[in-house]
Design a protein around this ligand. Structure first.
Ligand code: SF4
Ligand code: SF4
Length: 95
């Protein structure tokens, strides 16, 4: 198995869009942003829920139905969408 880590760019954006994720319902501060997000980092990173950990989710759930590379690619597609949302929001704040 590959030991390449998931190439997270630490934009923090996935932690700003947690509404609708049942496992994170208790962490939503009310606007979809996680209460544990500080800047762009997770303040409970070492103890974050499984749903927040790409490696754990692959190992425990998705390894049964796809390869690690496929799972990473799917996650990266979501990251791209989220990073575009961040870019657009920041442009909006500047403009
Ligand atoms: S959206 Fe993707 S790149 Fe950004 S912090 Fe989350 S996992 Fe990392
Ligand atoms: S617990 Fe941490 S990794 Fe999970 S959504 Fe909140 S800030 Fe992000």
């Amino acid at each position: 198995m590959s030991d390449v880590k998931f190439p997270c760019e630490k934009c923090g954006e996935c932690c700003r869009h947690i509404s609708g994720i049942p496992e994170l319902a208790e962490y939503d501060r009310g606007d979809g942003v996680c209460i544990h997000l500080k800047g762009v980092l997770c303040e409970i990173y070492d103890h974050r829920p499984d749903i927040c950990n790409v490696e754990t989710m692959f190992r425990k759930v998705f390894s049964k139905s796809m390869t690690r590379e496929e799972f990473f690619a799917k996650n990266l597609d979501a990251c791209k969408v989220l990073m575009k949302m961040k870019e657009d929001r920041e442009k909006g704040q500047l403009g």
